[in-house]
Ligand binder design. Structure first.
Ligand code: GFB
Length: 319
């Protein structure tokens, strides 16, 4: 794996597909520090990436040198469990259309973003990249996982057959500014920050945590993922995907307690076991991405405080 920059971003036109979402926003902010020729963005109203003709017309018109595919339909465990067809279709079409359009327009680099949910439910922990496709998936997010596996394989096969320089990152659970704080479709970090805040403001005696609280999750602040994305764009090529995580995980009930401490909620946690736990654990082995010289910089507690500040400034009804 090369340690010297193999791709120079200077002067390049880089399209961040999905720039408005949490990941796309973080990568766009990080890329603003690079001497790009142009940072290209397009809203989903301007181009619906689920539509092949619209996607190909946009790419052939704009002709980016590089594409960061951060556009996706994402959600937490409940959204994934109850809308598997939407998660499979939208993410499959987005990946297929963008990869094919990139190939047709001679795009130099394509960075695809997957998820740790692509790995088997019972994968040995920490999960190595080689665990992919070695066992049954977690049922609650099978649709999303299959779409993300297909995206990863598209990149690999377009590289082999057409020479498309596509690379894939598999990030762990992400959180931070511009996260989705909807109570039903959000991921756990945003959901519990909102619940702890609303419980504190309301003077409630308790707040509800879904599941048993015993699953373990690894969390990476989205700004650390943005840095990993730029490092990979500049320094990595190859058909193997790279895990991106912080290398340690916490029990959901530990996470809830930390969030309550940061938010200042001192009530009880109540566990709603009618809600699913999902994968028992999904800690990533991050040996390979660290060989690029990337390390996460934002600790969990700092990151939660940062996410809560963003929530207060942009979502909360009252402080
Ligand atoms: O973050 P999360 O929704 O998704 O849930 P996954 C993580 C864990 O937190 C589960 C628990 O065990 C949840 O039951 N949890 C506790 C909560 N309270 C809450 C709550 O109020 N809201 C939510 N959402 N969870 C997702 C996949 O799995 O991971 C996606 O479904 C994607 O496809 C994402 O891969 C990264 O980590 O279980």
């Amino acid at each position: 794996m090369s340690a010297d920059a193999l791709y120079d971003l200077a002067g390049k036109g880089v399209w961040v597909a999905g720039h408005g979402g949490m990941v796309g926003n973080a990568i766009s902010r990080r890329l603003a520090a690079e001497p790009l020729g142009e940072l290209i963005t397009a809203t989903s109203a301007e181009v619906d990436l689920r539509r092949q003709a619209a996607t190909e017309a946009f790419v052939s018109d704009v002709r980016p040198d590089a594409i960061v595919l951060a556009a996706a339909k994402v959600g937490g465990i409940e959204a994934n469990r109850t809308r598997q067809a939407d998660f499979l279709y939208d993410n499959l079409m987005i990946a297929a259309n963008v990869v094919e359009a990139a190939q047709r327009s001679g795009v130099e680099r394509v960075l695809l973003l997957g998820s740790s949910c692509v790995y088997p439910r019972e994968a040995p922990q920490p999960i190595r990249e080689s665990s992919l496709l070695t066992g049954p998936l977690e049922p609650t997010n099978e649709g999303y996982a299959i779409a993300k596996i297909a995206a990863l394989e598209l990149g690999k096969m377009y590289r082999r057959q057409h020479g498309l320089d596509a690379i894939s990152l598999m990030p762990t659970n992400l959180y931070g500014p511009h996260d989705n704080y909807d109570p039903v479709s959000s991921h756990v970090m945003a959901a519990l920050i909102r619940k702890a805040h609303e419980a504190r403001v309301a003077g409630a005696a308790q707040m509800v945590v879904w599941g048993t609280g015993t699953p373990r999750r690894e969390f990476l602040h989205v700004d650390d993922l943005a840095e990993a994305s730029v490092v990979a764009l500049r320094h990595y090529t190859g058909e193997e995907h790279l895990n991106v995580g912080c290398g340690e995980d916490v029990e959901i009930r530990q996470l809830a307690a930390t969030i309550c401490r940061v938010v200042g909620f001192e009530g009880e946690l109540v566990f709603d076991t009618s809600k699913p736990d999902g994968m028992p654990r999904k800690l990533l082995d991050v040996t390979r991405v660290s060989e690029l010289g990337w390390q996460p910089r934002i600790s969990l507690e700092e990151g939660i405080a940062d996410a809560y500040r963003w929530f207060l400034d942009n979502v909360a009804e009252s402080g």
